[in-house]
Design a protein around this ligand. Structure first.
Ligand code: ASP
Ligand code: MG
Length: 409
């Protein structure tokens, strides 16, 4: 008998038929004799609809009230799932985040879990009732309802698995695992058997939508193995595991493409201490999320600083940069609105040289110009013109042999 935490996302509980299917699936586990805690998200696009309704009434709803509203989505699905299980003869009981003992800080809409007091659910698990838990929500110490950030049900599942010291944490979703790249963009992409926390974290941060990045952080901290798998079939998915448990040693594990980026170049600003600090502090205060940064020195003690930002923050970025340049009474700005970034990620890079060179070679052979480069210990990112993004993704994926091997079973 094992204690298993399972999580079903919004698509998996999108309507009552799907909820019934999920209930049947849980029943099968239950009949194997397992203790089960099941975390669910709001049905389908419920959370989006709730956000939309809030905005119709108030463009800037108070964070506390927004959390109060959004948390209702998950409350609907836990109750329905508990009823469905009950209807199948499986004893089940639903809990909100607060009821299950998830204590968070007060930062509404992106609250952090501080503690999970499992004393309320334990006895139910021990009696073998299936405990259905609302994802994405908790309460602060004043019992205000908080939410953990969009997509936060993954985090609920992993944190609960850690608190319960569960044997397994399964994330059921609408894809059947983690792929070497998005199979919708590169058809030869392969599903991985396993991926290290560090690699998954990079991929999640780069926008590989499978897992919430903070859920990976928590899994890594507590050594929780996450099994990402499809809610529509029984195939083995991908396990997110500690580095030493990844059997297949490769240099690059996965490749991602981010479009919707823009590049700003701040040209001919004086080369003196404090200027970059001033510029990026202003951007931080305006909540602009800067990604790649490159500085190059030009003529006569002047610098050019180029950086990328999400395209939808271009307007505010321009305002900030214009204000900065006005204050400096120097320099000018250039904008390239259509940039894509391609990143190769793999822990194998720590011990291999020449990875960047192979990536640049592949791009060069295909006449793709590199506009910017940045690297970290396990990641290389290049920026290219947006219209070449797809092609760049494909050739980099190929260059590291990710697509041309038979699927792993
Ligand atoms: N329902 C929430 C959202 O849509 C949480 C989740 O799905 O994980 O973001
Ligand atoms: Mg979701």
């Amino acid at each position: 008998m094992a204690l298993i935490v399972q999580k079903f996302g919004g698509t998996s509980v999108g309507d009552t038929d799907r909820i019934r299917a999920v209930a049947n699936r849980i029943k099968a586990y239950y009949e194997h004799g397992h203790q089960l805690a099941v975390v669910v998200s709001a049905m389908g696009k419920t959370t989006d609809k709730l956000v939309d309704m809030a905005q119709q009434l108030n463009e800037n709803p108070r964070a506390r009230e927004l959390d109060m509203l959004l948390a209702t989505g998950e409350q609907v699905s836990i109750a329905l799932l508990a009823m469905a299980l009950d209807g199948l003869g499986v004893p089940a009981i639903s809990f909100t985040g607060g009821q299950v003992g998830i204590l968070t800080d007060t930062k509404h809409s992106s609250a952090r879990i501080q503690e999970i007091d499992t004393s309320r659910v334990r006895p139910y698990l021990e009696e073998r009732q299936v405990c259905i838990v609302a994802g994405f929500q908790g309460v602060d110490k004043e019992s205000n309802i908080t939410t953990l950030g969009r997509g936060g049900s993954d985090l609920t599942a992993v944190a609960l698995a850690a608190a319960l010291q569960a044997d397994e944490c399964e994330i059921f979703t609408d894809v059947d695992g983690v792929y070497t790249t998005d199979p919708n963009k590169v058809p030869t992409a392969r599903k991985m058997k396993a991926i290290a926390y560090e690699e998954m974290l990079e991929l999640a941060r780069l926008g590989a939508g499978v897992l919430h990045s903070r859920s990976v952080e928590v899994a890594s901290k507590y050594g929780i193995v996450i099994h990402v798998r499809s809610s529509f079939n029984n195939a083995e998915g991908t396990r997110v595991v500690p580095e030493d448990q990844v059997m297949e040693k490769v240099v690059v594990r996965g490749v991602t493409l981010k479009t919707d980026e823009a590049r700003i170049s701040v040209i001919d600003i004086p080369d003196r201490p404090g200027l970059a600090a001033s510029l990026f502090n202003r951007l931080a205060r305006a909540d602009v999320n800067v990604d790649m940064i490159v500085q190059s020195s030009g003529k006569e003690n002047q610098n050019t600083i180029s950086f990328t930002v999400p395209r939808n923050t271009l307007r505010v970025t321009r305002e900030v940069v214009d204000a900065f340049l006005a204050e400096q009474q120097a320099g000018s700005v250039e904008v390239d609105e259509k940039i894509a970034t391609i990143s190769a990620v793999g822990i194998g890079m720590k011990s291999h040289s020449g990875v960047a060179a192979s990536m640049f070679d592949a791009l060069a052979k295909n006449e793709i110009n590199i506009e910017m480069i940045s690297t970290s210990e396990i990641k290389i990112t290049v920026a290219v013109k947006e219209e070449q993004g797809r092609k760049a993704l494909e050739v980099v994926h190929d260059a590291f042999g990710l697509g041309d091997q038979p699927a792993q079973s």
